[in-house]
Design a protein around this ligand. Structure first.
Ligand code: SF4
Length: 208
């Protein structure tokens, strides 16, 4: 299979429980909840996306076979251990399969995945982050961290709290009302200590 890749780059993981870790970000093209075109945003299943995942035209973007993609990720990492690749999108589970998981493991990478949870995750992922979107059917209800962008109308965090995750995170929505989203997120965590605050620190640091 050939994989449609928007971009691959080296940065720090900015969000979630692994924030601050050096990581190669592998961003697949395409999502099942939005076309990525602005004219379709209002009618999309997910309307608050902050990511360009359309096309193959980003840094190191293109079509790759599994071995070549893992090799490229390895080149971008360079030297050093604790190799981490964050597989994201778009929706990465439209494309991530056992062939690529095996190829990345062969190169020594731990594989973290950021998914909207509407597709089941394949075996072999080392760190699974699910970020549910209101109005969608989440089938992947277990993993390492559940990251809820907040506030989202139409989704009740209390219903998610029984899912099988080690960490439950609230992350303020990146939107025009960003300060209000931050205030509401802080208030939520203060009232619900089972949840923790996740910030998009890469944006604060000016990282991609
Ligand atoms: S599910 Fe994720 S990648 Fe897809 S449109 Fe929503 S935020 Fe963007």
């Amino acid at each position: 299979m050939s994989y449609a890749v928007k971009e691959i780059f080296l940065t720090l993981q900015g969000e979630g429980m692994q924030a601050g870790r050096r990581a190669v970000f592998l961003r697949f093209a395409g999502c099942n909840l939005w076309t990525g075109r602005e004219q379709d945003r209002a009618s999309a299943d997910c309307t608050f996306c902050d990511t360009d995942f359309v096309g193959l035209d980003g840094e190191n973007g293109g079509r790759y076979e599994a071995a070549a993609l893992a090799a490229r990720v390895g080149e971008i990492w360079g030297e050093g251990d604790r190799r981490l690749v964050v597989v994201t999108g778009g929706e990465p589970l439209l494309q991530l399969d056992s062939a690529l998981i095996d190829a990345l493991h062969t190169r020594g990478f731990a594989i973290a995945v950021e998914t909207n949870g509407t597709l089941p995750a394949p075996e072999g992922i080392d760190w699974l982050c699910v970020s549910p979107k209101a109005g969608t059917e989440v089938v992947q209800r277990s993993g390492d961290e559940l990251k809820l962008v907040w506030p989202q109308s139409g989704i009740d965090p209390a219903e998610l709290a029984g899912w099988d995750f080690d960490h439950f995170l609230i992350q303020p929505m990146d939107c025009a009302e960003g300060q209000a989203a931050l205030d509401r997120s802080i208030a939520f965590v203060m009232a619900n200590p089972g949840w923790e605050l996740s910030l998009q620190t890469h944006k604060l640091l000016g990282l991609p």
